[in-house]
Design a protein around this ligand. Structure first.
Ligand SMILES: *Cc1c(COP(=O)(O)O)cnc(C)c1O
Length: 412
């Protein structure tokens, strides 16, 4: 059977909404359209019931209590609320002063963590940005070494969105609890794929997003620990006092229902799905690395997500590579965040050189990825790299035994 093109291998960027999720959302548009904040009539009560069910579904997926779930517009907002809200609440000095408290994060976090942290640096907080080692894994020891007496917040993602590496979250959380420091984790790529228990895993604040786990876009949640210890946040969005005052605004009922359903499905299916996708990823990696020299898989060999792989291809140029595999939707190692073609800051932070970072592709499998699609992708990538290398004088020189690092290039 011929595979249907284009092939979607960019599930770390976003996932298709599961049709079962869409189905579950429809009544929240058509029938149960009340405002869950309307306390005095049936329309409101019925909407509130839907929200309640979703809150339980989200809480169950991560081992939380439903009172600990705050609905947001996605992980970007959850991160902003967690980081700015905790910093403001636990600041040791009032706004306008310096040295208001110390915050630890890492260089390969998502921009939705790094930018709020940089904002806090301008607002008088001291920041440590940990440089990850070559394997990309942030350990509890690294965090421990960076801790100070005035540390108030640690924010370290659970799994990295570009390379899939998994940080030592339970141990980092344990360390934070020992020191009485609030611990936030951006778990957007982790939740729904890997078993999660906020209590066993020592997490105080956890961000998640609907559209990375087969739910709708524009909805997410922040878990906020209520006991041992109780974590408090200063609200960022103020208004009607919804979500226990932590996030005002009329609730996105259809989105929330969809997020809840997505969480329920992940809870039921993630183990089997992870196993299936792991086999496909191994096949993909072996297919590519087995047929090509000068390729490198980025990030720790084992400590990474099952469905994602990030591979650098030596002696090919990133843009030509993207063009050559254009019927496969992947993500490139060049930041598409701006018009300028900067190599990925995540790969750079691991010490991957500019050339290899530029010629990297992230491929992320998902719920509807098939064996045939993986076969097609292997064939296409191998063919593309071989073809591009035929045109590469550098690859020729390398094969002739010339050490390219010693070549003195003539300026024209
Ligand atoms: C996608 C992503 C985000 C942003 O999530 P949105 O819901 O799109 O705002 C934040 N962090 C990580 C790790 C992500 O992968």
């Amino acid at each position: 059977m011929a595979v249907k093109l284009p092939i979607y291998l960019d599930n770390a960027a976003t996932t298709r909404t599961d049709p079962r999720v869409v189905e579950a959302m429809l009544p929240a548009f058509n029938d149960t359209y009340g405002n869950p904040g309307s306390r005095n009539h049936r329309f409101g009560w019925e909407s509130e019931e839907l929200v309640d069910t979703a809150r339980r579904q989200v809480a169950d997926l991560i081992g939380a209590d439903r009172k600990e779930i705050i609905f947001t517009s996605g992980a970007t907002e959850s991160n902003n609320l967690a980081i700015k809200g905790a910093a403001s609440m636990y600041a040791t000095k009032p706004a306008g002063e310096k040295n208001r408290g110390h915050i630890i994060t890492a260089a390969h976090e998502h921009k939705a963590v790094l930018d709020p942290v940089k904002r806090l640096a301008k607002d008088g907080f001291d920041i440590t940005i940990l440089e990850p080692p070559a394997d990309g894994v942030i350990t509890a020891q690294m965090v421990k070494d960076a801790m100070r007496d005035d540390t108030i917040l640690v924010t370290i993602m659970w799994a990295n969105n570009e390379i899939g590496t998994i940080n030592e979250v339970p141990d980092i959380g344990a360390l934070c609890h020992e020191r009485g420091v609030v611990f936030h984790t951006d778990a957007t790529q982790w939740v729904g794929k890997m078993p999660t228990d906020v209590n066993k895993d020592n997490v105080d604040l956890l961000s998640l997003s609907g559209h990375k786990m087969y739910g709708p876009k524009g909805v997410g949640a922040l878990y906020v620990r209520r006991r041992r210890p109780r974590v408090r946040l200063t609200a960022i969005i103020e208004g009607g006092g919804q979500e226990r005052g932590m996030r005002s605004g009329t609730l996105n009922v259809p989105g929330i229902v969809g997020l809840g359903k997505a969480c329920e499905l992940c809870a039921l299916e993630m183990d089997a799905e992870r196993e299936r996708l792991y086999k496909l990823r191994v096949k993909l990696e072996q297919g590519i690395t087995g047929q090509l020299d000068h390729v490198q898989i980025n990030g720790h060999a084992e400590k990474r997500l099952a469905h994602l792989t990030n591979i650098s291809y030596g002696f090919v140029e990133g843009e030509s590579m993207m063009m050559a595999v254009k019927d496969i939707a992947v993500s490139s190692g060049s930041a598409c965040t701006s018009a300028s073609l900067e190599p990925s800051y995540v790969l750079k932070s691991l010490g991957v050189g500019d050339d290899l970072a530029h010629s990297s592709l992230r491929m992320s499998l998902g719920r509807w990825s098939t064996d045939e699609e993986v076969d097609y992708t292997i064939g296409k990538v191998v063919e593309a790299v071989k073809k591009l290398r035929e045109l590469s004088p550098l690859y020729d020189m390398h094969n002739e035994g010339i050490d390219l690092s010693k070549v003195e290039w003539q300026a024209h």
